[in-house]
Design a protein around this ligand. Structure first.
Ligand SMILES: NC(=O)c1ccc[n+]([C@@H]2O[C@H](COP(=O)([O-])OP(=O)(O)OC[C@H]3O[C@@H](n4cnc5c(N)ncnc54)[C@H](OP(=O)(O)O)[C@@H]3O)[C@@H](O)[C@H]2O)c1
Length: 96
């Protein structure tokens, strides 16, 4: 597992070595964090409430990057959704 402070510190990663989970990925700061992580070649798991926006994000950000984008549904205002998201992430990425 890599724990990275993407806001205040430079991030060093090589393709295939970094997996990150990002919420709020379809706009604002989250979107720019996803852009930077994909450019580093990271695998980025995004939790989103709009799958349509996430697919648009995939089209916009993934082309040319060495990264991978995994899209999972998540509504942070709904604890049932939060638990389901966490379970899916833990299941798919047991080392996180
Ligand atoms: N932007 C700046 O310049 C800036 C500067 C300093 C501090 N901040 C602070 O940093 C934080 C992030 O700001 P931001 O500009 O990135 O905008 P934001 O409006 O806080 O975040 C937007 C993202 O959050 C998602 N989101 C909102 N409610 C959600 C929910 N219930 N479940 C899942 N996702 C949800 C949105 O999804 P949808 O696309 O589905 O709406 C979108 O992807 C805020 O607290 C802000 O005050 C921002």
């Amino acid at each position: 597992m890599h724990i990275v402070n993407v806001v205040s510190a430079p991030v060093e990663a090589s393709a295939g070595t970094l997996t990150a989970v990002v919420t709020g990925a379809t706009g604002g700061i989250g979107r720019e964090i996803v852009r930077g992580l994909l450019a580093l070649g990271a695998r980025v798991v995004v939790g989103v409430r709009s799958l349509d926006k996430a697919e648009a994000l995939r089209s916009e950000l993934l082309g040319g990057s060495g990264g991978e984008l995994e899209i999972l549904p998540l509504d942070l205002s709904n604890m049932q959704s939060v638990r389901a998201f966490a379970a899916q992430v833990a299941d798919a990425h047991p080392k996180l």
